[in-house]
Design a protein around this ligand. Sequence first.
Ligand code: ADP
Ligand code: MG
Length: 279
Amino acid sequence: MLEEPILSVKNLSKQFGDGCRRCSDPSTRDLIKNYCPSCGMVFACRDISLDLYPGEILGVVGESGSGKSSLMKCLYFDSDVTSGELYLQDEEFYGQNLWTLSAQKKRYIRNHKYGMVYQNPVHGLKMDFTSIGNIAEKLIAAGNRNVDNMKMVGEKLLDTVHIPLFRMKEEPRNFSGGMQQRVQIAKALSNNPPVLFLDEVTTGLDLSVQADVLDLIKRIQREFGISMIVVSHDLAVIRMLADRTIVMLNGEVIENGLTDQILEDPIHPYTQTLVYSLL
Ligand code: ADP
Ligand code: MG
């Protein structure tokens, strides 16, 4: 690709635990999946590199426990990395490893450059705020102060995600799972982020509701041209959304390429199992 990536990850590692002599050295390491049986250390992400290009949807697929959410939490600064570099193509932060920035600057990036949609809406929404109040909260964090303007933006976003405006003053806790995810998406879009992260956003929804939310994500990508990283354990979701895909297993990237290519000609045995189970 000729373009520069909008987001670039180099050699991300995320570990839980201090490690021991055996697992600190790759040559003596004897892991069960991502876990060191000698000391209990978990290698959630191991040496992950990826590029996200402008306007694309990058899929991350892998079984439960493969490290997908850990990756997303590191990207969104919800958790610290063990090592690695993260670059955003942005005038203000060009050439700076975002993981070395101050908490204040990380917060600034979350508020101005990033959107996040969590699997569990409880993590992304204040369930006892109104829906439009949730959007206003993010708008205020991004520096907005004009109430009329925020109301206008909030209504437009709720309309975009098909929440009827007569329900905008309702609290998301009264909503169905699919509606909660749509409010979360509206909130994540409110600061006009160049980068949007979505972690298992349709997992647990009924199939028809899931299809609606997937359509919405696709439409948003077309209309707003936002770059997205979409995480799912479900290859069917990834097939529907992602231009390119990386496959994770036990904290490692085991395969990556164009989604079509991976679906047609999976190379790693684990990817083959995933693909054949779709048929
Ligand atoms: P996924 O999202 O692919 O299901 P996760 O990133 O949630 O995977 O988890 C990756 C690995 O990290 C798993 O083995 C999980 O048990 C472990 N893990 C996640 N969070 C913690 C934590 N806070 N403490 C210890 N281990 C964790
Ligand atoms: Mg997860």
